[in-house]
Ligand binder design. Structure first.
Ligand code: GRF
Length: 228
């Protein structure tokens, strides 16, 4: 049995699917106990059901304020007792209370090379800024929006003629690689957020996120070898 995990989504759920696929393949030691969406029409809910995972919809429309919504969300999550909460395209800003509650066991994936382009419309903004490289970042969540310690990044080129849709698809394919990696590290007790606010992998402080291309180039300590 793997680490109990809850995944929060709002949309397509392709990152959720990547986690399900790795878990079914036997190389991600997690048990996804529930998928919670703030939108009833999130396609990711169907993906969860297909995989036999319990789903819940908690619509933000039924709440008058963010604090009340997040308090109910905490109750739902606590009911499942996860060791890790995975934000996978959950399109809501979380209250400081929520973040504090799950501090150190709350991961997010963001479609940019943080600290570049926090917030929305990252692909369009990267194109408009004339970036030649773009990507995605998995990070621990702290109170600062898209600002917590980075764990792993993947880079993609921005190609001439790219529009936001083309660039997003190229980034998303990389997200599906790095999110299961980071979740796997956490599940295997290799990745932690220290009391000092620094992320550590195998006890080593990550002063910057690991880069996926470094892992494969190094033939690597982490990508293929399992220290557990
Ligand atoms: C991804 O680009 C993720 O980085 C962002 O929202 C998107 C979610 O995609 N936070 P999906 O729902 O996992 O397909």
């Amino acid at each position: 049995m793997g680490l109990p995990v809850v995944v929060l989504i709002s949309g397509a759920g392709s990152n959720l699917q990547a986690l399900i696929d790795r878990q079914l393949a036997g190389d991600l030691p997690v048990e996804i106990r529930a998928v919670i969406s703030n939108r009833a029409d999130a396609l990711g809910l169907e993906r969860a059901k297909r995989a036999g995972i319990a789903t819940r919809v908690l619509s933000h429309r039924e709440f008058t304020n963010r604090a009340a919504y997040d308090a109910e969300l905490v109750t739902l999550i606590d009911g499942v007792a996860p060791g890790l909460v995975v934000l996978a395209g959950f399109m809501r800003i979380l209250t400081p209370e929520f973040v504090a509650k799950f501090q150190g066991r709350l991961l997010n994936i963001h479609p940019s090379l943080l600290p570049k382009f926090p917030g929305l419309h990252t692909h369009q903004r990267a194109i408009e800024a004339g970036e030649t490289v773009h990507g995605a970042t998995v990070h621990f969540v702290t109170e600062e929006l898209d600002g917590g310690p980075g764990v792993i990044q993947a880079r993609v080129p921005v190609l001439p003629g790219d529009d936001a849709t083309a660039l997003a698809a190229r980034v998303l394919a990389q997200e599906h690689l790095i999110y299961p990696l980071a979740v796997g590290w956490f599940a295997k007790d290799r990745l932690r957020l220290g009391e000092d606010g620094l992320a550590r992998l195998d006890g080593e402080v990550l002063h910057r996120p690991i880069r996926l291309d470094e892992l494969s180039l190094a033939g690597n300590r982490t990508l293929t070898e399992d220290k557990v």
